[in-house]
Write a protein that binds this ligand. Structure first.
Ligand code: DC
Length: 229
């Protein structure tokens, strides 16, 4: 058991690293929902499928995406094969917003995300977790940061994986993706009215995760006190 923590925000706001740390500290499961949209994009590219809602709708019914917990973090399996590395390639990043705008793709992914998270004890990050996937999540956080700092963080993250790109190129890509993710018709990236805003521009990873962990502990304690009465 445990509460549901929804973390949304734009690319590079620090969601995944922070969410993983919070999950570790609370003994919760961390779910990176972006990985699922990336796996669909990988499958579409491999099969040469057009990014139309119709074609993608057929595709999602024929593929199997699983998220597995491992000591090194979440592993993403596409039809039983580990594609955790492949889904981070620039080619996938370039097309993922287009694929994730498909209502059919979203419906299938949201269904799976609800199945995984409904029992609680999860920290789930994405773009629509607090608005669509779990609108009644116990704690909702909307993470933001300046575009410059987001681009710098992404560049460092990619460099650590051996992919070299400049922060200025990444800033352009991030802004394009923000634009597509925030303006699509189905479940755009928006802050849920009851989400707490966490601007991470000048915060360290430790400060970010402590902040969310403290908010979570307040809610967890309140819930258990209410049960005791
Ligand atoms: O978090 P990320 O950068 O790995 O996400 C990749 C893309 O997937 C992102 O640009 C938009 C999409 N996405 C989404 O539409 N809804 C989510 N819950 C998570 C990701």
């Amino acid at each position: 058991m445990g509460i549901i923590i929804a973390i949304d925000g734009p690319a590079g706001s620090g969601k995944s690293t922070t969410a993983r740390l919070v999950a570790d500290q609370l003994g919760y499961v961390y779910i990176d929902t972006g990985a699922m949209y990336r796996a669909v994009t990988l499958a579409a590219i491999r099969r040469g499928i057009a990014f139309t809602n119709r074609a993608l709708g057929v595709l999602v019914k024929t593929i199997n995406i699983q998220l597995e917990q491992s000591p090194n973090g979440q592993r993403t399996l596409l039809d039983g094969i580990d594609v955790s590395k492949e889904i981070r390639m620039p080619e996938i990043t370039k097309h993922v917003s287009e694929v994730s705008a498909s209502p059919e793709v979203r419906e299938a992914m949201v269904h799976e995300q609800r199945r995984i998270g409904k029992k609680g004890g999860v920290v789930m990050d994405g773009r629509d977790i607090g608005t669509v996937v779990f609108p009644h999540a116990d704690l909702k956080v909307f993470m933001t940061a300046s575009i410059d700092i987001r681009a710098e963080r992404r560049a460092e993250e990619l460099q650590s994986k051996g992919i070299v790109t400049s922060a200025s190129d990444i800033a352009i890509e991030i802004e394009e993706r923000d634009n597509l993710d925030s303006n699509r018709a189905t479940s755009p990236l928006i802050k849920a009215p009851d989400a707490r805003i966490l601007d991470t521009t000048s915060l360290s990873l430790q400060e970010q995760s402590d902040m969310i962990k403290n908010w979570a502990m307040e809610i967890i304690n309140k819930t258990s006190n209410n049960k005791d009465i």
